[in-house]
Design a protein. Structure first.
Length: 164
């Protein structure tokens, strides 16, 4: 909110150079802002009383946009990569999948390990849990289990993240 949009009875005012001007009515604060040929901007509406600042609003908006853009630049997006396994997977195939998961983890991604069941394999779901346990054990030097193996419909999933 800026200038006439501020409808509060009292506001805590901060001057154009960052000095505290105290608590005063919104009209008096608006008068001081006009005298300085600047805008009265509400910077902390949740505070009691709300905090307003005498600043150039266009410059303030530009600074805020620049800070936001800078924060976005420093932000790191984490992707979730999926590795699918089947209950009757062979040792070499499992090792290949472990290697690909290791590569994903080294790049900083999370890994979702899915054990898919088809047809008669559904009857032996719990006896196939050891495959996910072996998978996690192979990667325990670089990864930690984020979410333990859990059955969801026709599949059992587990999430792994890189060790800190």
């Amino acid at each position: 909110m800026i200038n006439e949009q501020i409808r509060d009875r009292e506001v805590r005012l901060i001057g154009e150079h960052g000095e505290q001007l105290g608590i005063m009515s919104a009209k008096d604060a608006m008068k001081l802002a006009r005298e300085a040929e600047l805008d009265l901007v509400k910077v902390a509406p949740a505070a009691k009383p709300p905090v307003c600042k005498i600043i150039d609003y266009g410059k303030y908006r530009y600074e805020m946009a620049r800070k936001e853009k800078e924060a976005k630049k420093k932000q790191k997006t984490i992707e979730v990569k999926e590795v699918r396994l089947s209950p009757n997977i062979d040792v070499n195939d499992l090792n290949t999948k472990v290697a690909s998961a290791r590569k994903f983890l080294s790049k900083g991604n999370k890994v979702k390990v899915t054990l898919r069941f088809r047809g008669r394999e559904m009857a032996h779901m719990q006896s196939s849990k050891h495959i996910l346990d072996d998978f996690a054990k192979e990667l325990e030097d670089v990864a930690v289990i984020d979410k333990a193996p859990k059955v969801e419909g026709r599949s059992m999933t587990m999430f792994l993240t890189e060790k800190r």
